[in-house]
Every structure is written in structure tokens, then in C-alpha cells.
Design a binder for this molecule. Structure first.
Ligand code: XMP
Length: 332
């Protein structure tokens, strides 16, 4: 619409003025905020922007390819995809404590990103190198990191959003979404031509499947989980509930959790002894408290039938009926 059109024009002009003929690096995660920031900055300065997409191997099915198709393919933005899955899985081997896993994933993520950023900053022959780091910081992040507003007395889970990166890298900060609320960021994303499914996605934690595979993370587990989760999400998008909305849109967050536990089943005339997954779907307005979603039985039945038939290695599907508190939304 025209209001958003005006907003984009203004924001583009501001970015051009701030950046001039310098170059910008942005860490693209595939999440809403960094995606919208990338699309907006690309609209403003085109090839003066380079996106760095670190694939830690703990993304959802085809997620890395989808990010590349969108940004490199459709928007023609410069994107460096760093496939660091072996590095991450290697460092995670033998580690089962949730906080230890978060620290490893968060720390490696910063290391890998910094290495790329340092290269881009250095530039190469005849090419002067980047001077700005762009971040998809939005207004609620600004408030949250204000300190005084921090309501949480204890950190229950350490989130890996890192502060201080621009200073460490010696780069100036570019944060074009700083004044926007989440719903405004989404509208902006749609107006910039990003697909609705990308812009209205459920939140996905930085450590990704690393905290959705309970205990030790293994590639085998991640591969099974990815396939099961893709089926769950697909069916949430297929089934509609109130107001003709899909169950994906009627829930705030929904995902599959891999339990490294085997249970007995039967298939044909054989006995199986395979892994278990739990489906999790919640409704919440602020993610501080959440109710488990009363998904239709028909949907649960379809999902469990498909997972057990299509994902060899999983023979049992359960549904998590715990609310937050006392359970958290993620299992780790
Ligand atoms: P919990 O599980 O604490 O989750 O009820 C609340 C919200 O935070 C997300 N979450 C994370 N996000 N890094 C993130 O970026 C993390 O380590 C992390 N842990 C939880 C969770 O997905 C939910 O939206």
C-alpha cells in the first residue's frame, strides 16, 4: 500500500545517505528480521551489500537452499553461504547439556561469522572492503537490551544474540529496522516482495535443531528430525480451523522434538525398535507464558501416520500437552 511505499522510499534514502559509497556486511539467518533488513538494504544499495549466511547444519529441511533461492536467486543479492555443519557437529559430539550446547553453537557461530566479516572488511585488490555491519535489530530488541526493562531475574536459557560485534570487528553499525515493531517489520517484508510464508514464519531459535534434539546432537538424529518436522509443518499449513486460517497461522510456534529413545513397534510381520518424536504446538502472545494448542485429532492423526510411514527410523509420535509455565516451549 502507499503508506508502506512511502516508508520504503524514506528508509532507502536514509540508508543511501548513511552508507554513501561504502560497503555493508549483514548476517543472514533466514529469520524474519535479518531477511527484511537484507531485502531493504539491498533495495537501497544493491551490490554494496554482502550477506553472510552461516549454515550450522541444524536448520530445517531445505532451509539453506530456500534462503539462497530467495536472496541470491530472486533478489540477486550477494550472499556468501558458509557450510559449517561439519565444524558444528564435530564440536557438539559428546556434549549433551543444553546450556553447554547453546554456548558451543553460539560461540562457533560468532567465530565463523567474524572470520567471514574480517575477510570482507579487508577487501581485495582494488576493492576497498566493508565498513558497515548491518543488523536486523527491531524496536523490542532495543528496549530489551536497555537493561532497566529486563524483567527476568534469572536467565533460564542463555540466548545467543551477541552484543558488541560491530565494535569487535571495527565496523560501523547499520540498523534500519530499529524503530519498527515485529508486525511492521512483517508488513515491510511483504511490501519488499518477500514471500508471506517467510515473513509470517514462527520464531526459530538461534541454536536451531541443536536444542530440539535432546541430549547429544548427531547428524543421524538431525536428518530424521528434519523430515518429521517438515511433515508436521506441511500438515499444519494444510489444515484450516477458525476463520479459515491454517493451523500454522493459528499457532504461535510449532515444531518436532527428537527423543533419543527407542520404543518397540510392529510393521508388516516385523518388529521395529526405533526412535520417538514429540510434536509441540503452542499459542501465546508474548512467549513468556504459553498454552499447548488444541490441534484437531484429524491433524494429529494425519501427521503421526505420515511420519511413521514416511520416516523410517521413527516408529512413535507423541503430542506434548504441557503449558508454560512450568514447562518451557522448547524442550531444552
Ligand atoms: P522457552 O523454551 O524458553 O522459549 O519457553 C521461549 C522462546 O524463546 C525461543 N528460544 C530461543 N531463541 N536462542 C534463541 O534465539 C535460544 O537459545 C532459544 N531458546 C529458546 C523459543 O523458541 C521460544 O520462541
Amino acid at each position: 500500500d502507499w503508506i508502506m511505499g512511502d516508508y520504503i522510499e524514506e528508509a532507502v534514502a536514509k540508508i543511501r545517505e548513511q552508507v554513501g559509497d561504502e560497503e555493508v556486511i549483514l548476517g543472514l539467518s533466514g529469520g524474519v528480521d535479518s531477511s527484511v533488513a537484507a531485502a531493504l538494504i539491498h533495495r537501497a544499495i544493491g551490490d554494496q551489500l554482502t550477506c553472510v549466511f552461516v549454515d550450522h547444519g541444524l536448520l530445517r529441511l531445505n532451509e539453506g537452499d530456500m534462503v539462497m533461492d530467495m536472496f541470491a536467486g530472486k533478489l540477486h543479492a550477494k550472499v556468501i553461504r558458509v557450510d559449517a555443519s561439519d565444524l558444528f557437529l564435530g564440536k557438539l559430539a559428546g556434549v549433551s547439556d543444553p546450556e553447554a550446547k547453546r554456548k558451543i553453537i553460539g560461540g562457533l557461530f560468532v567465530d565463523v561469522f567474524k572470520e567471514q566479516a574480517a575477510k570482507l572488511k579487508a577487501g581485495d585488490g582494488g576493492h576497498k572492503g566493508a565498513t558497515f555491519l548491518a543488523q536486523g535489530t527491531i524496536y523490542p530488541d532495543v528496549i530489551e537490551s536497555g537493561g532497566a526493562k529486563s524483567k527476568k531475574a534469572v536467565t533460564i536459557k542463555s540466548h545467543h544474540n551477541v552484543g558488541g560485534l560491530p565494535e569487535q570487528l571495527g565496523l560501523k553499525l547499520l540498523e534500519p529496522l530499529r524503530d519498527l515493531f515485529k508486525d511492521e517489520v512483517r508488513e515491510l517484508g511483504v511490501a519488499l516482495g518477500l514471500p508471506r510464508e517467510m515473513v509470517y514464519r514462527h520464531p526459530f531459535p538461534g541454536p536451531g535443531l541443536g536444542v530440539r534434539i535432546l541430549g547429544e546432537v548427531k547428524k543421524e538424529y538431525a536428518d530424521l528430525l528434519r523430515r518429521a518436522d517438515a511433515i508436521f509443518i506441511e500438515e499444519l499449513r494444510n489444515f484450516t480451523g477458525d476463520n479459515g486460517k491454517t493451523w500454522y497461522d493459528l499457532t504461535s510456534q510449532a515444531f518436532t522434538v527428537f527423543l533419543p529413545v527407542k520404543s518397540v513397534g510392529v510393521m508388516g510381520d516385523g518388529r521395529t525398535y526405533d526412535y520417538v518424536v514429540a510434536l509441540r504446538a503452542v499459542q501465546t502472545s508474548d512467549f513468556m507464558t504459553a498454552d499447548w494448542a488444541e490441534l484437531p485429532y484429524a491433524l494429529l492423526k494425519k501427521v503421526s501416520g505420515r511420519i511413521i510411514n514416511e520416516v523410517r527410523g521413527i516408529n512413535r509420535v507423541t503430542y506434548d500437552v504441557s503449558s508454560k509455565p512450568p514447562a518451557t516451549i522448547e524442550w531444552e
